[in-house]
Design a protein around this ligand. Structure first.
Ligand SMILES: Nc1ncnc2c1ncn2[C@@H]1O[C@H](COP(=O)(O)OP(=O)(O)OP(=O)(O)O)[C@@H](O)[C@H]1O
Length: 366
C-alpha cells in the first residue's frame, strides 16, 4: 500500500500541444494518501481514465512526476508498480475456474500453494462467491464475472493501490448498491489505498471518504461529500453535485453587494472587500436549492419572486421561481402549498450565499 503523489502532472495526447485545450490533464498536484478510500468524480471526457492510466503506468505522462511513497515511478512498468486495476468490463479468463482466476496473480508472484488457497478462499468469502469457486468463469453472470475481476485485484496482499475504473457499469442496478457497500467493507477490512472512478455522485459518496471532482482536466475540489455540498469550490462542483444542482447567477459588482437585472443582493463585508480587489468581471453568486428560504411575508431581507412551477417529488417539493429574469430552484418540504403564479419572498441566508470569481469560490481566509 502506498501514498501516490502526482507532481506538476500534465498530459496531452497531442505530440505538439499548442494550448491548454490540447491537454487531457492540465498541470495538477495531488496526493492520494496511503490507505484512503477515494473517488475520482467527473463528467465524460474530463480526464479520469487518463489519470488512472498514468498512475498504473499504462500511459506515460507528457509532463510531471508520479511518486509512490516519495519514489519516482515514471519509468516503472505497470507490473513493477504493483497496482491492481479493475476496469468497466470484467477481465478474466473464461476457460479457467473462478479459483484459478483468483489464484493467477498469486501464482505469477510465486506465492506458495498453501497461502494461495487460504487467500483465494478469504477473498471469495468476502465477495460471496465461494460456491462458484470451482465453476468455469464462462458460466457466470455478468456481475459474478465482475466480482471475480475485483477479486483478482484484491487477492494480492502486496499491491500499492487498487484503481477501479467505473467497475459497476455492467452490474444490475439492484446489485450495484450491494457491491458498493461490499467494496467499502473490503476497504475497511484490508486498509488498501483505493481510487474509484465514476461519473455518478451517489456512487462516489457511498464509496469514498474523500472525493476529487475533475473538470476539464483539473481537480477542481478534493473534499468530503459534505464539503462538496456545502462549500463547492468551483461552480462546476455546485452544478454537478446535488439534485438539482446549485443556482448560479452572473452578477455585477456594486459597493455593498452585487446586482443582476435590477435585483440587488447584499453581501457580507468580507465578501465585498475581497470583491473590490479582483479585476475579473466574471462574477457569480451561487446558492443551493436546499438553502433558499421562502417566506410568505416580505421583509428588508427578502427578494420578491414569482412561483413558476412546483414539482412534487414525494418526500419534498422543488419550486421553480423567477427572480429578476433568472429562474431559480428552491427545495421545499412536502407540505409547502404554493400556487403557480404566486408572489413569493425569497431569503438567501448569508452563510449559504457563495461568491465565485472566474468560477472559483471566494473564501474568507484569502
Ligand atoms: N487515446 C487517446 N487519444 C487521443 N485522445 C484521447 C485518448 N484517450 C482519451 N482522449 C481524450 O482525452 C480526454 C480525456 O479522456 P478520458 O478518457 O481520460 O476521460 P474520462 O473522464 O475518463 O471520460 P469517460 O468517463 O468518458 O471515460 C477526452 O477529451 C478524450 O477524448
Amino acid at each position: 500500500m502506498a501514498e501516490i503523489q502526482l507532481k506538476s502532472l500534465a498530459h496531452s495526447y497531442n505530440a505538439q500541444p499548442t494550448g491548454p485545450d490540447d491537454y487531457a490533464i492540465r498541470q495538477l498536484d495531488h496526493v492520494w494518501e496511503r490507505g484512503g478510500a477515494y473517488a475520482l468524480l467527473g463528467p465524460s471526457g474530463c480526464g479520469k481514465s487518463t489519470m488512472l492510466n498514468i498512475i498504473s503506468g499504462l500511459l506515460e505522462p507528457s509532463e510531471g512526476e508520479v511518486l509512490f511513497d516519495g519514489r519516482r515511478v515514471n519509468e516503472l512498468s505497470p507490473r513493477e508498480r504493483n497496482i491492481a486495476q479493475v476496469f468497466q468490463f470484467p477481465v478474466i479468463y473464461d476457460s479457467m475456474t473462478v479459483f484459478d482466476n483468483l489464484a493467477f496473480p498469486l501464482k505469477n508472484n510465486k506465492v506458495p500453494g498453501s497461502q494461495i488457497k487460504a487467500r483465494v478462499h478469504e477473498i471469495a468469502d468476502v465477495l460471496e462467491i465461494t460456491d462458484k469457486l470451482y465453476k468455469k468463469a464462462k458460466n457466470l453472470t455478468a456481475d459474478e464475472k465482475q466480482k471475480v475481476s475485483m477479486g483478482r485485484g484484491l487477492v494480492r496482499e502486496d499491491v500499492s493501490a487498487i484503481l477501479f475504473d467505473e467497475p459497476l457499469t455492467v452490474i444490475d442496478p439492484q446489485l450495484k448498491w450491494k457491491l458498493r457497500r461490499k467494496l467499502k467493507q473490503i476497504h475497511e477490512q484490508f486498509d488498501i489505498t483505493m481510487v474509484y472512478v465514476t461519473h455518478d455522485q451517489l456512487e462516489a459518496s457511498t464509496f469514498a471518504d474523500k472525493i476529487a471532482v475533475m473538470y476539464g482536466g483539473q481537480i477542481v475540489q478534493f473534499g468530503t461529500p459534505t464539503e462538496l455540498f456545502e462549500r463547492p469550490n468551483h461552480t462546476f462542483v455546485g452544478f454537478f453535485i446535488g439534485s438539482p444542482g446549485m443556482n448560479l447567477v452572473a452578477v455585477e459588482r456594486r459597493p455593498e453587494g452585487v446586482m443582476f437585472n435590477r435585483v440587488f443582493v447584499p453581501l457580507e463585508p468580507w465578501q465585498n472587500s475581497l470583491l473590490q480587489r479582483v479585476k475579473s468581471d466574471n462574477i457569480k453568486i451561487g446558492i443551493r436549492p436546499e438553502f433558499i428560504e421562502i417566506s410568505e411575508n416580505p421583509s428588508d431581507e427578502t427578494l420578491e419572486a414569482r412561483l413558476l412551477d412546483l414539482e412534487d417529488l414525494g418526500t419534498y417539493k422543488i419550486a421553480t421561481v423567477e427572480l429578476g429574469g433568472e429562474s431559480l430552484k428552491v427545495r421545499q418540504s412536502e407540505d409547502y402549498q404554493g400556487e403557480v403564479g404566486d408572489l413569493v419572498h425569497l431569503l438567501f441566508p448569508k452563510q449559504w450565499l457563495m461568491l465565485y470569481v472566474d468560477e472559483f469560490l471566494i473564501k474568507e481566509q484569502q
